[in-house]
Design a protein around this ligand. Structure first.
Ligand code: DLL
Length: 432
């Protein structure tokens, strides 16, 4: 089937495609995966009982722990001579997770990236600078293969070495950049210090932002600074890496490529499926992968499915911007808070620069949320009254929206640690 046709299949056709791929995946796993066949036999499931996609709900979830416990080869279903690549994902604790790819798996992952890039307007003749880390992280190589497949000129810059990134952008007249939102903000600082105006002195037109949660306000900020269209890109190593879900030109939710993944939203506490429109944890199953299919993987990411079809005409359903990970959420004085909500609030203040940090502490027996916010230089050096009132306004806004009274600290730009990869926004010192 042609790429374009897959994206615009009508609902029934997409359903049939998913169902047949789902059945085939389950049948294969029953015969080739000791891990799944054992698990499913224990739950009394067999492939011939699958009649509809709803039947996926009878399958047990696969957890991050399952991947760790079976590290490295436990979920591999092909002999090693048919496997051509491994990527790993490092958690904060213990063993990483290993994800294996056959040649076909790499091609299919690249197809999804090429499809996503094309959807946003990338085309031959574009110069694409990939500022994501190469190596075991998927943001480098998986995206790289997709960009080559589309036929753009790829600069495999990797993350970091900011001076060289700027030089590369200038020398090769880069038009498209793939970058984490926190590195995009950091890069903007360095450009400013060098006297380079990203809007007028460079040739940029498209940014792909992903690999970590960020707010709509941060996207707006990046679009304004660079004068580009910035598209949200979502994925995780366990599901190939990037290319799971991507925004189209409408920039209103990310299309999950449902010909490759089955998408469910569950209540993270009960595991019950939730209807479209309700927020919960995203669960994904691969239905077009050979080396290491994964069924009902609990991503830990909080989102919801848009109930209505996108105006772009594509049938693949959309998920909302990721609110955070189930385990990112912290509870302070009984209130549940996602760091992304704090970000959304503070980034709405024009005085706020590009970086912030949330520190959770205990002062005597009371829990305190300290929010350190970098302020643009001209405001930081401006009147003290203005700073005092700003501090008060940020505090009150957080208090009224999140029901927690924070301690707000305004600090000079460039004070907080900067990152070229994924950022760490919350430091929890309460357990110490
Ligand atoms: O971050 C893959 C990726 C690379 C995605 C490049 C997009 C661009 P992991 O290192 O395994 O893989 O981390 C996956 O990062 O479960 C989310 O919690 C978070 N994440 C990824 N993309 C987004 C996004 C890659 N657009 C984890 N918004 C996921 C929010 C994101 N969170």
């Amino acid at each position: 089937m042609r790429e374009k046709d897959i994206q615009y299949l009508d609902k029934e056709q997409l359903y049939e495609l998913q169902l047949s791929r789902f059945k085939r995946t389950i049948e294969r796993l029953f015969t080739s995966s000791p891990f799944y066949s054992k698990l499913w036999k224990k739950s009394g499931i067999s492939p011939d009982k699958i009649k509809s996609l709803q039947d996926i709900r009878r399958f047990p979830f696969t957890s991050r722990e399952d991947l760790r416990r079976n590290f490295p080869f436990g979920l591999l279903t092909l002999p090693l001579e048919k496997v051509v690549r491994v990527h790993t994902s490092t958690g904060t604790t213990g063993k990483p997770k290993a994800i294996f790819f056959s040649k076909r798996d790499i091609n299919e992952a690249a197809r999804l990236i090429a499809r996503s890039m094309k959807m946003t307007g990338a085309k031959r003749g574009d110069v694409f600078q990939n500022m994501m880390s190469y190596g075991l992280f998927t943001g480098g190589l998986i995206f790289h293969y997709g960009a080559e497949r589309l036929g753009v000129l790829v600069i495999p810059a990797g993350a970091g070495n900011t001076e060289r990134q700027i030089e590369l952008m200038q020398d090769f007249k880069t038009t498209i950049v793939h970058i984490t939102p926190s590195y995009a903000l950091y890069l903007a600082d360095v450009l400013e210090e060098r006297g380079v105006d990203p809007k007028n002195d460079l040739d940029l037109r498209i940014f792909y932002l992903g690999a970590e949660p960020y707010s709509e306000e941060t996207r707006d900020k990046i679009e304004k600074i660079y004068g580009v269209d910035a598209f949200n890109s979502y994925g995780l190593s366990e599901m190939n890496g990037p290319g799971v879900a991507f925004e189209c030109k409408r920039k209103d939710g990310m299309h999950v490529w449902e010909d490759n993944f089955i998408l469910e939203i569950i209540d993270p506490l009960t595991g019950e499926n939730l209807p479209d429109g309700e927020e919960g944890e995203l669960v994904l199953s691969t239905i077009n992968r050979e080396a290491m299919p994964i069924i009902r993987y609990r991503t830990g990411d909080i989102t919801y499915v848009y109930p209505e079809k996108c105006r772009c005409g594509r049938t693949h359903r959309r998920i909302s911007r990721i609110k955070g990970r189930v385990d990112d959420m912290f509870i302070i004085r009984g209130v549940n808070v996602f760091p992304s909500e704090v970000e959304r609030i503070i980034m709405n203040f024009p005085e706020v620069a590009r970086n912030y940090q949330i520190i959770l502490e205990r002062e005597s027996s009371l829990e305190v949320m300290r929010v350190k916010v970098e302020i643009k230089k001209r405001f930081f050096d401006g009147s003290i009254e203005h700073l005092r009132s700003l501090q008060e306004r940020i505090k009150n806004k957080i208090k009224s929206e999140l029901m927690v009274t924070p301690k707000v600290e305004l600090i000079e730009p460039g004070t907080l640690p900067r990152t070229t990869g994924k950022s760490r926004r919350v430091i929890d010192n309460r357990k110490l």
